[in-house]
Write a protein that binds this ligand. Structure first.
Ligand code: IDP
Length: 149
């Protein structure tokens, strides 16, 4: 089954949005297979955001992500990467549609509440950066027969 890496960033944690956000993915029918609450060490922030390391906003992004604990998750489900990206909304909350997480809970690009992998390849890479194999569980949700045809 497809997997993705989602992370509620420090603003989402501090603003008490963890439960609300997790509930949205749960109700959609996606399956939470790993989760942890963690202040990210610098090396992992650098690795995770390596594609942005030379961008002008990178120093601000790094201090934002390291400003407090994050809630890191692995979610599973058919087409989970594209479904969660749609549910998260545009990178800039000012452009994110109402009904999306960023559209409903954020105002500015530098404080956009949540990260979600943008492809299956990125998801594999990001899961491997943040989770050990043994931290990822495998189980059946009891409602799976009413979620999948
Ligand atoms: P994504 O998070 O929607 O995949 P990316 O373009 O990969 O978007 O950017 C990663 C993160 O870097 C964004 O979520 C946001 O926190 C931050 N970011 C991107 N562009 C800017 C910017 O122009 N100013 C400040 N922060 C930015």
């Amino acid at each position: 089954m497809d997997q993705t890496f989602l992370m509620i960033k420090p603003d989402g944690v501090q603003r008490g949005l963890v439960g609300e956000i997790v509930a949205r993915f749960e109700k959609k029918g996606l399956k939470l297979v790993a989760a942890k609450f963690e202040s990210l060490p610098e090396e992992r922030v650098m690795e995770h955001y390596s594609e942005h390391k030379d961008k002008p906003f990178f120093p601000g992004l790094k201090s934002y992500i390291m400003s407090g604990p994050c809630f890191l998750m692995v979610w599973e489900g058919k087409n989970v990467v594209s479904i969660t990206r749609q549910m998260i909304g545009a990178t800039n909350p000012a452009e994110a549609l109402p009904g999306t997480i960023r559209g409903d809970f954020a105002l500015e690009i530098g404080m956009n509440v949540i990260h979600g992998s943008d492809s299956d390849e990125t998801a594999k890479r990001e899961i491997a950066i943040h989770f050990k194999k043994e931290e990822i569980t495998s189980y059946e949700r009891v409602d799976e027969k009413y979620l999948y045809e």
